[in-house]
Design a protein around this ligand. Sequence first.
Ligand code: 5MM
Length: 340
Amino acid sequence: MSVSEDLQATIADMVDGRRGILAADESSGTIAKRFDTIGVESTEENRRFYRSALLSTEGLGDYVSGVILFEETLGQTDDSGTPLPKVSAAQGIVPGIKVDKGKGPLPGAPGDMITYGLDGLAERLDSYRELGARFAKWREVYPVSPTNPTPLGLTANAEMLARYAAVCQSCGVVPIVEPEVLIDGDHSIERSAQVNEHVWQKVFDALHRHGVQLEFMILKPSMATPGKACAKAPPEQVAEYTMRCLRRAVPAAVPSINFLSGGQGPEEATANLNALNQLWQAPWQLSFSFGRALQEPALAAWAGESANGPAAQKALLQRAHLNHLAMLGEYDESLEGRDD
Ligand code: 5MM
């Protein structure tokens, strides 16, 4: 297959109007924090067991079309010795890989961040492809304050996302472009919307300049919400602000927008996704690429006990199903907690 055919086939396998993406790509520090919440040590075996259980959840492929893995997981196997990317692919779930190398302060732009990892990216992508990865993910992080992101922060982060996406496409790997506008702080929903819109405009300007084919990428943005320190906005308001900004900044050529949950609770993220899909104004598929909002109930059900693997799978499947319904605009909070 040519590079273009590879990209097209991956998009076709991942974007079908009814499924989303499971973000299971927590880096070593982040997964340790998640395991801390249930009092479990982050050993390689615990990570392998937990992620293997998630990926082998029967029926997960009905609601999930892609999974973002951390590098370590790409090389791990399930209890029977099957590589985890194969376990995922056997369910009709395309395996992908987080390729950024973390973040730090952006010099010259106090309060802004920048992500590392472009050096040697093409070579790494070749080796990840051999292990089964067909798409990649890179996150840039934007803290919000009265002065952040700065003009330099907006430009530098957009440039990184575009350079990463261009390298991915040249290697036949679909890039997920993730500009995360942080929920931390006491900013209003108006400020969140303003920052998100500005970020997306800068990102698409950079993607255009770098020749990235929009048809062969997925955008993973934040929703426009008030900062964490403020009262939550109703889903209809989150949907209106988010949609208005998306329509102003994101070209219709992009096939799918898969939101991150970014610290929203599982039910909150699902309700917001549902409200977005009920607006029926989108030229793109509106889906999910949740980490915490899909995994929190599964993690709690597992609690580090191998006997609880099936309970964790049941919790994951239920959240994935509810988010599938939210993609169709058919979610209702009365469905929470039901077993059917
Ligand atoms: C924003 O985080 C991404 C989506 O997860 P949530 O839905 O929980 O917000 C997630 O894919 C994130 O990029 C990965 O967990 C990697 O994060 P770290 O901080 O470990 O690089």
